[in-house]
Write a protein that binds this ligand. Structure first.
Ligand SMILES: [Zn+2]
Length: 657
């Protein structure tokens, strides 16, 4: 998914998907598939993870959760919540079913953040409740508050009465004015990395997997959707039921509530959206069904039933979030020409890498995002052609090379050390693109056929399980490196996974199309080529991005004005091209863009697009402009985006000891 880098460039953020087992003649098959997948997931959970022989087992510890998951493990949640827009609260109760891994365990330890806990009860097999002791600890700035519930002998279920609070880091509450339709409010969740605990008391670790059911009450005119089975023909009555039969980590529990409509795109795919984006998004993303077919042909069956998209308001801080069965998607990628739909390929790819096979801790994020970026690019190659996938790879690697220059050196290591930092800090181009290039490297060394077989087996062997980087290394060695000796050395693997910066031998994707763009650009800058003679009619968005990103950083204002006049770059409607142009304009002091820049920053809340612009403004001493615009824009941003931009525009003074 997304990322949060308080003071540095944020790279691509991605999304996910979701599936809803729907109606129609498919429903029988879908339900059977779901049941099989559910059984498979339950079996997988009970299987032992491979034993690791290393003496230092600290990598197995999830430092971002208080949960005592080795003693008592959550298995299922029953949520019963009301969505209170006036109070900005989710209020109700959750029943937590668990398994005792240690029969003498006396406590269930959960993660919470900013929750009000009213009462905790023990539920017996007849459904009778008796009050239970609990302790809510003081809040830790990163982890939130540990909730300790005393367990009774033989008890397997507790109920927690609670409500979230307006500052919940995982929820955004939008006023009607902040939506496209302007008539109804909107609320959506974003639980990755550790924000599920801000709206559900839960063992909030990616190493925990739960199934869930939910009853959600909303104002009658609004529709609720979740990362679960969504009934597309459900009556609009403010009372909605959901069932997620496949076990997922808590960071994939998701909810959206708004003035939503549904439009089908294919037998397994559709979009939920406000009316304003319904037709345009269904058209833009109409290839989603084909993307599923393509991925299944490469990596095995899609195990989640339906795959739908929820189009969020522009304030969604990420590109997308791979909530299973229902990816949450930014509207900023509805470009009208499918130029940015690799985001959909990315979120869909998470249905294999991330949602099915999951990083066990946030130190292992590259296992989610590197694999997903790799699969995303393979989907784009199949759906379009190699030109398209090469251009997208080349752009990603350019971005990565740029970004690693400003990252703390430790953050350029794939198996990152977080040492108590917020796991949102792990999101950068490193887990995405460096992780992807590691897999491209393996593909090149072993050949695509062999590597695809390996990936297929990997997705099968670890389906509905979580794993750490050292566990992956062991698996990689057994099933690829040692099996085909002489292709890759251990030193190379170590450098990829445990060394900072980028290996010298990292693949360097090239695009023939970009070579031509570079030649035209050089001739324009040197004065050899007039813009009138530059043939750009057939340039794709990717070629434009490459062109703008690679213009000299000291380009003259005259040349910028010339480009702007010829190509209307300041007024482009493509949000990525606009971002690239605005960033260059800020760095060069090309003030012509200022009104457009202000409108852009106020209308969009996607961090990847806005954070580098605020940073560039601050770096170029245009802080007054940044502060003035941010004062207007801030209330429309998600809490995560607010946190990131706050740190840039109003950096906290260092605390003196
Ligand atoms: Zn992702």
């Amino acid at each position: 998914m997304n990322k949060r880098l308080p003071t540095m460039l944020v790279s691509a953020v991605l999304a996910m998907s979701l599936i809803a087992c729907q109606q129609s003649e498919n429903s029988q098959t879908t339900k059977t598939d779901a049941k099989n997948a559910s059984e498979k997931s339950q079996q997988a959970m009970k299987k032992e993870m491979p034993k690791v022989e290393a003496e230092d087992l600290s990598y197995l510890i999830d430092e971002h959760s208080y949960a005592n998951k080795d003693e008592v493990l959550l298995t299922h949640l029953d949520l019963d919540l009301e969505v209170l827009f006036d109070k900005k609260q989710l209020k109700g109760h959750v029943d937590l079913s668990f398994e005792r891994l240690q029969s003498n365990a006396q406590q269930l330890i959960l993660d919470t953040r900013d929750l009000t806990i009213d009462r905790v009860t023990s539920i017996d097999s007849d459904g009778n409740e008796t009050d239970t002791q609990f302790v809510l600890a003081d809040k830790d700035a990163v982890l939130g508050s540990k909730l300790t519930v005393e367990l009774k002998d033989g008890e397997e279920k507790v109920r927690i009465y609670y409500n979230s609070n307006p500052q919940a880091s995982g929820l955004q509450w939008l006023t009607p004015e902040q939506t496209a339709g302007k008539k109804e409010p909107f609320m959506f969740s974003q639980a990755q990395a550790i924000h599920a605990r801000s709206f559900i008391p839960v063992q909030d670790s990616p190493d925990v997997r739960v199934t869930y059911k939910a009853n959600i009450k909303t104002p009658k005119q609004l529709l609720a959707v979740m990362s679960a089975y969504n009934e597309p023909n459900t009556p609009l009555d403010g009372d909605y039921q959901f069932d997620m039969p496949q076990a997922i980590p808590p960071y994939l529990i998701a909810i959206g509530v708004g003035d939503l409509q549904f439009k089908s795109m294919g037998p397994r795919t559709g979009v939920y959206s406000e009316a304003a984006y319904l037709d345009s998004s269904a058209k833009e993303f109409e290839d989603t069904e084909q993307m599923i077919d393509i991925t299944e042909a490469m990596y095995g069956p899609y195990l989640w039933g339906r795959y739908d998209l929820l189009i969020l308001p522009p304030s969604f801080p990420f590109g997308g979030m791979e909530n299973p069965r229902l990816s949450f998607i930014t509207p900023t990628v509805i470009a009208g020409d499918k130029s940015l739909i690799n985001l959909i390929a990315h979120e869909l790819a998470h249905s294999w890498s991330g949602n099915l096979v999951t990083n066990a801790t946030w130190r292992d994020l590259w296992l989610n995002e590197g694999f997903t970026s790799y699969v995303e690019n393979r989907i784009m190659e199949e759906l379009f052609d190699e030109n398209r996938s090469e251009m997208e790879n080349a752009l990603s690697v350019q971005g990565l090379r740029q970004q690693v220059k400003s990252l703390p050196v430790g953050d350029t290591i794939l198996h990152i050390t977080l040492d108590g930092r917020d796991p949102d800090d792990a999101f950068s181009g490193v887990p995405y693109t460096k992780g992807q290039m590691f897999l491209v490297f393996l593909e090149q060394r072993f050949g695509r056929e062999t590597f695809d077989k390996f990936l297929n087996q990997y997705f099968g062997d670890f389906a509905f399980k979580s794993l750490t980087t050292p566990e992956f290394e062991k698996y990689l060695d057994k099933h690829l490196i040692a099996k085909y000796p002489g292709k890759v050395t251990q030193a190379e693997i170590d450098e990829w996974l445990h060394s900072p910066m980028l290996p010298e031998f990292m693949p360097n994707p090239q695009s023939n199309a970009f070579i031509k763009v570079d030649a035209a650009s050089a001739d324009f800058i040197s004065g050899k080529l007039a813009l009138n003679d530059m043939v750009t009619d057939k340039w794709s968005i990717h070629e434009w991005l490459h062109f703008i990103n690679n213009l000299p950083q000291d380009i003259s204002l005259e040349k910028m004005a010339e480009l702007d006049k010829a190509f209307d770059l300041t007024t482009t409607t493509n949000n990525e091209v606009a971002h690239a142009w605005l960033k260059l304009a800020i760095n060069r002091g090309y003030g012509v863009v200022n009104q457009r820049l202000e409108d852009y920053l106020i209308s969009i809340g996607r961090r990847k697009l806005i954070v580098p612009l605020y940073k560039a403004l601050m770096d170029t001493k245009q802080g007054d402009f940044a502060k003035r615009v941010y004062a207007i824009a801030r209330s429309g941003y998600h809490p995560l985006a607010q946190g990131t931009v706050d740190a840039i525009v109003n950096p906290a003074k260092p605390v003196s000891k």
